[in-house]
Design a binder for this molecule. Sequence first.
Ligand SMILES: NC(=O)c1ccc[n+]([C@@H]2O[C@H](COP(=O)([O-])OP(=O)(O)OC[C@H]3O[C@@H](n4cnc5c(N)ncnc54)[C@H](O)[C@@H]3O)[C@@H](O)[C@H]2O)c1
Ligand SMILES: [Zn+2]
Ligand SMILES: [Zn+2]
Length: 368
Amino acid sequence: MKIRAAVLERFGEPLEVQELELAEPRVGEVLVRLAACGVCHTDLFAASGADPSGYSPTVLGHEGAGVVEAAGEEVRDLSEGDHVVTLFSPQCRECEHCRDPRTNLCTAIRGQQGLGYLPDGTTRLSRDGEPIRHFMGCSTFAEYTVMPEIALAKVSPDAPLDRACLFACGLSTGLGAAMNTANVQPGSTCVVFGAGMVGLGAVAGCRLQGAERIVCVDLSEDRLELARGQGATDTLVGGPEGVERVLELVGPLGADYTFEATGNVAVMRQAVESARMGWGLATMCGVAGKGEVLEVVPRFLITGRRVAGSSFGGCKGRDQVPQLVQRWLAGEIDVEPFVSHKLTLDDVNRGFELMEAQDGIRSVIDFA
Ligand SMILES: NC(=O)c1ccc[n+]([C@@H]2O[C@H](COP(=O)([O-])OP(=O)(O)OC[C@H]3O[C@@H](n4cnc5c(N)ncnc54)[C@H](O)[C@@H]3O)[C@@H](O)[C@H]2O)c1
Ligand SMILES: [Zn+2]
Ligand SMILES: [Zn+2]
């Protein structure tokens, strides 16, 4: 079938909305009609050429939500009409990692996905017979996509898809960092560095876990206001003195749980140093630039702090994304303030501009 999609032709140049050919789903694959797709930093990172493993041409986008149009052979759990959220982090339920509660890093299709192919090593996307590679296994800046069943979470049909798409990446990443990776305990003190989509999700996750105190640190007063709306009990403007300011608020020993959601390695260090002596856990969510390292003075570790990293919030996507969506529908998570702009597919580059200007939290492409 013919579809319209936003193609990354050359790094550093605007995406081009073009007509492409999308082939039928093969064994274990599903054809999804996109309803909405968020514009995330990882798309911009790939488009800029800064990602060392990046490639072009490709169709970007990985924060998608839509409706199943057709299922290929041997698809077990999805059928036409099901509402789905795309998963750049799949869940096959069979590999060693999927069977272990300690990680969400499914290994089933990792190799091919990283190279831009579907699990059988080919693409469904093409242009005049030339294969076009997929992005993060999703390629959701497009009217339709073909994805493996294991990379789609079936969500309640009651969930508006132009909000549900946020659970495909940033929001679940933040919520899950608090709920899965750190497993914040009731009554604890938490500090979240960064109040973008990921940090605000982490604030909400700490609240859902029953944290007593949630300090959010950001450079923007507007974003700190949003953090208070998600449950932050205290807010701070960050900077080089971030650790001192945090310790003044939470006490000299530090916080039970800290979260980094900025991508800045200096802030990651602050998250480690703000964690409590004895048992503080610092969880890193941000993606640092190529070659950057996190500096940690070993004394902070010897005296009982621990450091963890969190990819997609440790969420096993097919199991947990539908549960998070249910909690949103039950009124426990307020998603409204996160959708700041609605765009058409043709405006996708505007989504990147808004992100660079830090105008709002998320732009969502609406295919309706
Ligand atoms: N681990 C994952 O699976 C995963 C998934 C999605 C995104 N990410 C990464 O998470 C990070 C956050 O993503 P986002 O979409 O929320 O980004 P964002 O840019 O919207 O938010 C980052 C926030 O950090 C704040 N900040 C910058 N410097 C600061 C400082 N010194 N002190 C305090 N706050 C500071 C900014 O003001 C901004 O509000 C990015 O690095 C992104 O690539 C990781
Ligand atoms: Zn993302
Ligand atoms: Zn797996």
